[in-house]
Design a protein around this ligand. Structure first.
Ligand code: PLP
Length: 455
């Protein structure tokens, strides 16, 4: 059997229309990647404008990443971290993360994915409130369009309906508020300041309606990724933070996409003025060469967790692969490359160039309702009409068509769920020439999608 036939017959794909896959098999099998280019099984090259899923930041097949993984696998591929045991690299990496953190943090807990790390966050805030003797303070607030994972808990924190449907999510202790998405959520004539004030007031109303004694935490991406690359107004997080502080509600920053330079600054919290008590990182921590996530815990939370030992004994949470030495080796090499090659400054410069290109190419297009983003993270949101502002009736179909046609033109981008949006999140090492070719490819995809609608 050909690979494609084996795949169609046996592989249960994530985030896939199962019936369509059963019928058609995979549209693309990627067999190789170098820098920002991936190659399919027919030998065709594509520019990957998404760095996989917002994650291959140092680019595909970086020789130093391969060397670091080979060296660690040849020395000690695995040992666990349960019962106070340990290996060398996770200890070095945790110290490095604490040094890099955008706000003072004290401890690092390692997991394997963004989803399990956000489940860890929920368990930490529940444990925290149980230790403090307030077991009713358990609800977690998230935002519609926020993406925080797909596990039983984190899937509900995610504020996208198509990730809830059929799974009985979210769990009952989760609440969602409006996102700071100017295009659809801001009232006509409202300034950024007024919009932020209104969203903070809604958050406060929700907390008061629920009872502050029942609300434990809020989780938020600094700049939302899968929900549409939504950059909040500058005043948004400071106003949200004031409300949270007033009711003793912890803030969890989900830096899974933003962290380690994607926005042209080290962390998203730096860019939007968040002061989190807890932080989640994953993806860019290893540039996805090996799965790894981490939860960073502030001293305020840590001191309470410590008190938990007297009440509960051993902390009853952790994974076989927590503090995996191979993953830590990948993270150390990845962070070395980013630091040594000045990749975060390069993201800031090339990000500004990408946004210039997008504005020049799509700024006047009648179907482009908004161009937004920061650093090497950008999105085009499509509309049926700009004046009056009207979305497409079949939500998401147009962006999916643009993505499929862009791929025919040799560029991989991503249509985001529940929004007529295509996103850009190329590897940090993407050259200016490659950025230009990505934009040209997506323009070709858009032109073909417009033609297809007419015919
Ligand atoms: N948080 C954010 C902001 C994400 O974008 C993602 C995945 O895209 C996750 C959490 C979940 O991470 P994972 O897919 O590794 O479970």
């Amino acid at each position: 059997m050909q690979i494609e036939e084996l795949d169609r017959a046996y592989l249960f794909h994530p985030m896939t229309n199962l019936a369509a896959h059963e019928q058609n098999g995979p549209p693309l099998t990627i067999v190789e990647g170098h820098g920002a280019t991936v190659t399919d099984s027919n030998g065709r090259d594509y520019l990957d404008a998404m760095a996989g899923l917002w994650c291959v930041n140092v680019g595909y097949s970086h020789p130093e990443m391969a060397d670091a993984l080979h060296a660690q696998a040849s020395k000690l591929p695995y040992f666990h971290a349960f019962s106070s045991m340990g290996t060398e690299l996770p200890a070095l990496l945790s110290e490095r993360l604490i040094r890099m953190a955008p706000v003072p943090m004290s401890k690092v807990f390692f997991g394997n994915s963004g989803s399990d790390a956000n489940d860890t966050q929920a368990k930490l805030v529940w444990y925290y409130n149980n230790v403090l003797g307030r077991p009713e303070k358990k609800k977690i607030i998230s935002r519609r369009r926020g993406y925080h994972g797909v596990t039983v808990l984190s899937g509900g924190l995610t504020g996208l309906k198509n990730l809830h449907d059929g799974f009985d999510l979210p769990l009952p202790m989760i609440r969602h508020v409006r996102p700071p998405h100017r295009l659809w959520e801001r009232a006509p004539g409202q300034s950024d300041e007024e919009f932020s004030t209104a969203l903070a007031a809604e958050l406060e109303t929700l907390i008061l309606d629920e009872g502050p004694e029942t609300v434990a935490a809020m989780i938020a991406e600094p700049v939302m990724a899968a929900g549409g690359v939504i950059v909040p107004p500058d005043t948004y997080f400071p106003k949200i933070q004031e409300v949270l502080d007033r009711y003793d509600v912890l803030l969890i920053a989900d830096e899974v996409v933003n962290g380690f330079g994607r926005l042209g600054v080290p962390f998203g919290s730096d860019a939007v003025g968040m002061r989190p008590d807890l932080m989640t990182v994953a993806k860019g921590i290893t540039s996805a060469y090996v799965p790894l996530s981490a939860v960073l815990v502030s001293e305020k939370v840590w001191q309470v967790l410590l008190e938990g030992s007297a009440k509960y004994g051993s902390f009853g949470h952790g994974y076989t692969y927590s503090a995996h030495p191979l993953a830590a080796a990948a993270a150390m090499a990845n962070l070395d490359i980013i630091e040594r090659d000045g990749l975060i400054a390069q993201v800031a410069e090339n990000g500004a160039y990408l946004h210039e290109l997008l504005r020049a190419e799509f700024g006047d297009h009648p179907n482009v309702g908004e161009i937004r983003g920061k650093g090497l993270m950008a999105a085009l949101e499509f509309v049926e009409s700009r004046e009056p502002l009207r979305p497409f009736a079949a939500q998401g179909a147009f962006a999916t068509a643009v993505t499929l046609h862009s791929r025919e033109a040799g560029v991989i981008t991503r249509a985001l769920p529940e929004a007529d949006t295509v996103s850009f999140s190329p590897p940090f090492v993407t050259t200016r020439d490659e950025l230009e070719r990505m934009v040209v490819g997506v323009r070709a995809g858009l032109d073909r999608a417009v033609e297809a609608r007419r015919s």
